[in-house]
Design a protein around this ligand. Structure first.
Ligand SMILES: Cc1cc2nc3c(=O)[nH]c(=O)nc-3n(C[C@H](O)[C@H](O)[C@H](O)COP(=O)(O)OP(=O)(O)OC[C@H]3O[C@@H](n4cnc5c(N)ncnc54)[C@H](O)[C@@H]3O)c2cc1C
Length: 578
């Protein structure tokens, strides 16, 4: 064993990145491997709600208490990832009075500040609420950016010496006798920067301890190690609207049901969700009726949603876990609590622990518990500091400063950039070069794009999750190719082209259930732009000889079956929250 224990963390979602940060801060030698991008799994496909705990105040008070505690910590250590929007539990005429009272009582029992608003008061705060709502309970819910938070945890882990490997899939767990001694990892190809190995190679990473933080995939890692982990993956749909129809998180105040939350998220509002058990965390049906259900049900709370524009939809899979023998049939009844499975105690397999269940809101607490457990294995007493030390970008960021003048950026571009970058704004935005806006919808400038390329290499989906470029109203129609051109001259033309194709595919995927009304017009406009200016429907350079005439014929070109076109759904990169 080396001086400090070597720990291999599998999974680059919020849990894995949180664990990597915590262990690295305590001085352990950490490697994290993630098969896709950071946030490739459930973390990049969640609702974006920083739970006050109000949602669980009746059904699961232990989780409710954890949520309020962690929401307070996160709004402190990750202020640039959190928007404290506040939340309302809204009662409609058909929703039971008893439940409203139970909710209020539950919140108070769990130390969640809760105040009753009359219908008039609630509608004054949120004018688009339906005119027949009865009343509401105000709670301190918030919105959180899962991408920014996850990346900030990984960045902090790296600052403390951790090695973070994306596009590195665990293909085997190395077991010697009854000890786990590491994993075999395959380094995938892709345009992004690879930290150590070159793509297509495999590497045996030996470690003194392995942490399985693969969420809904935990059972698959268990299988590789020869142990059973009873994950019950449960899918949920979310639908993204073009603007924020509400500025407060709106919850329906009823016992349980689908489609009962609207989260204002950055420039959009996200409707959700459902809860349906699936066999496989990656292969499951995505159906139009699920999208329709969100709009039908939630427009009972906010009627304007019926006529608003939907820009995309996406699905995520909860990593729910039930101890063996519990046998719950309805996935909505499975606990949202998290479990630490020490495979030595459970399966006589030393050197590996899995962490399953839980919520994004409580990721830090989960990471602390498992890091305590890992440290205990090595007799290390160092205390956890993740609740006190700010994440990169969040230091001293209590007041949103006026940056327009300082960086020569006009509001709201300066304001939005500073919101995203937090205390890193000076470092990123102070540039002598021209700093034009690359993504108008999300107000992202060249300096921010260049900063993200510096962090993540030529993988434009990694640039996207760091900056939000291409995540707004036009879904990348105007900015994808500008992002690709920012790769030059550090990357060559074929790398930029491959990166652009991956980004196009990823942007297209989430739009197929939103193709009606105005979003259909937007998709058609994007297609024409990409087809005529970028020749993505029939690439004249594809065969080596350039057909210059094709640049003029564009979208009407005869050969419409090209697989290069932007109208192929593609599947190479995971869906993300918008
Ligand atoms: C529809 C929905 C809405 C939700 N909304 C909210 C919400 O609003 N608020 C909230 O607090 N929580 C919410 N949650 C819950 C929350 O999103 C999850 O609990 C949390 O993101 C799980 O994070 P994780 O890191 O444990 O798992 P993941 O984010 O799934 O991370 C696991 C990672 O492991 C990787 N991996 C898998 N296999 C391998 C392998 N062989 N090798 C290497 N890497 C591998 C995956 O690619 C993945 O990135 C929601 C969940 C769903 C499904």
């Amino acid at each position: 064993m080396a001086d400090s224990p070597e720990v291999l963390v599998i999974g680059g979602g919020s849990t894995g990145c949180g664990i990597a940060r915590d262990l690295a801060m305590r001085g352990l030698d950490v490697t994290l491997v993630e098969k896709g991008n950071l946030t490739h799994g459930t973390t990049g496909r969640m609702h974006g709600l920083l739970h006050s705990g109000g949602r669980y105040a009746v059904s699961d008070q232990a989780s409710a208490r954890e949520c309020i505690e962690e929401a307070r910590v996160l709004s402190d250590i990750a202020s640039h990832c959190v928007e404290m929007t506040g939340g309302l539990f809204v009662q409609r005429p058909e929703d039971p009075d008893e439940y409203f009272h139970e909710k209020l009582k539950g919140c108070r029992e769990c130390d969640i500040p809760a105040k009753v608003l009359s219908s008039t008061e609630a509608r004054k705060q949120e004018p688009y609420l339906a005119s027949d709502i009865q009343r509401a309970i105000e709670v301190p819910d918030g919105a959180i950016d899962p991408f920014r938070l996850c990346v900030a945890n990984a960045a902090s882990a790296e600052q403390h010496g951790a090695r973070i490997e994306t596009h590195a899939e665990v293909t085997d767990v190395l077991v010697e006798g009854s000890d786990v001694v590491g994993c075999e990892v395959r380094h995938e190809s892709g345009p992004g920067k690879r930290v150590h190995q070159s793509s297509g190679t495999t590497e045996k990473i030996r470690a003194d301890y392995v942490v399985n933080a693969t969420g809904a995939w935990a059972g698959q890692i268990g299988e590789l190690a020869g142990v059973d982990i009873e994950v019950r993956p449960s899918k949920g749909v979310m639908v993204i609207m073009n603007v924020r129809q509400v500025d407060t998180v709106i919850n329906r105040c009823r016992p349980k049901g689908d489609a009962d939350i609207i989260v204002p998220h950055e420039t959009t509002a996200i409707l959700g969700t459902t809860d349906e058990e699936v066999a496989d965390p990656e292969e499951y049906p995505e159906e139009q009726w699920e999208v329709d259900l969100m709009i039908d049900e939630l427009s009972e709370l906010v009627p304007i949603l019926k006529s608003a524009r939907t820009i995309r939809s996406f699905w995520g899979v909860r990593p729910l876990y039930e101890p063996p023998g519990t046998g719950t049939t309805d996935p909505t009844d499975i606990t949202r609590d998290f479990f630490l499975l020490d495979h030595e105690e459970r399966d006589d397999l030393r050197g590996m622990t899995s962490i399953v269940g839980g919520k994004f809101t409580t990721y830090r607490m989960m990471a602390e518990k498992i890091s305590d457990h890992v440290c205990e294995q090595f007799g290390i007493n160092t205390r956890c500091r993740t609740a006190q030390e700010s994440l990169p970008g969040s230091d001293d960021f209590d007041v949103l400063r006026e940056y327009m003048e300082e960086f020569g950026l006009r509001s709201p571009i300066g304001r939005r950039s500073v919101q995203r970058l937090g205390s890193r704004a000076d470092e990123v935005l102070k540039t002598d070069r021209p700093n034009p806006v690359i993504c108008e919808c999300e107000a992202v400038t060249r300096a921010e794009i260049q900063d993200a390329i510096g962090q993540s290499g030529s993988d434009l989906n990694a640039v996207r999750i760091r900056t939000r470029a291409s995540m707004g109203n036009c879904q990348g129609g105007i900015c994808c190719h500008r992002m690709a051109s920012e790769l030059y001259p550090d990357y060559d033309e074929s790398t930029a082209r491959a990166a652009l194709d991956e980004l196009y595919q990823e942007r297209w995927k989430g739009q197929r259930h939103a193709l009606w009304g105005e979003q259909l017009s937007q998709a058609m406009l994007n297609h024409l732009l990409h087809a005529t200016t970028m020749n993505r429907d029939s690439d004249p350079a594809h065969d080596g000889t350039v057909d210059f005439q094709a640049f003029d014929t564009g979208a009407t070109i005869k050969d419409h079956n090209s697989t290069e076109g932007s109208s192929s759904s593609g599947d190479e990169e995971g869906e993300h929250a918008n």
